[in-house]
Design a protein around this ligand. Structure first.
Ligand code: FEO
Length: 160
């Protein structure tokens, strides 16, 4: 495996960790707004991101690479609305999807088939990740800040 590919996988390991940190910042924002269900959803989302990161961690080691930790930039901590949080989350997931596709392209160029196969799981996962955020956005757009509707969405997300 080329150093370029190992480095790209390591960058993605770090990006998944960063994703978890971003979602924890969203969870904390929801806690400050007493939206416990939405906060719970984001904590679970953060845990998922750390699981994604550990998949990269394991794979890089399996391929005899070395995982290195990079600095994590400060995430966005404040939001103007609940809708804005999920819009940001969807944009973030689209960015992750783009990164996975770029990695896949690189692995294919290098004919590194174990990496191509490893990334397949993430291709499917990203469809799910984007759809989850789209579904929530769809509901929040229709609820339009009505207290009752927001409480319903909050309860639903709390059941994740
Ligand atoms: Fe690990 Fe939500 O992408």
């Amino acid at each position: 495996m080329s150093e370029k590919l190992i480095n790209a996988l390591n960058d993605q390991y770090n990006f998944e960790m960063l994703s978890g940190y971003y979602y924890l910042a969203m969870a904390s924002y929801f806690d400050s707004e007493n939206m416990r269900g939405m906060s719970h959803f984001m904590v679970e989302q953060a845990k998922e991101e750390y699981e994604h990161a550990m998949k990269f961690y394991g794979f890089i080691n399996d391929m005899d690479g070395r995982v290195t930790m990079q600095a994590i930039p400060e995430p966005k901590n404040d939001y103007g609305s609940f809708l804005e949080v999920f819009e940001t989350a969807l944009e973030h997931e689209k960015k992750v999807t783009g990164r996975i596709y770029d990695l896949l392209k690189l692995a294919e160029e290098e004919k590194n088939y174990p990496t191509v196969q490893f990334l397949q799981w993430f291709v499917a996962e990203q469809v799910e990740e984007e759809n989850t955020m789209k579904d929530i956005l769809f509901k929040l757009e229709r609820v339009q800040n009505q207290f009752h509707g927001l409480m319903m969405v909050d309860r639903e997300l709390g059941a994740r």
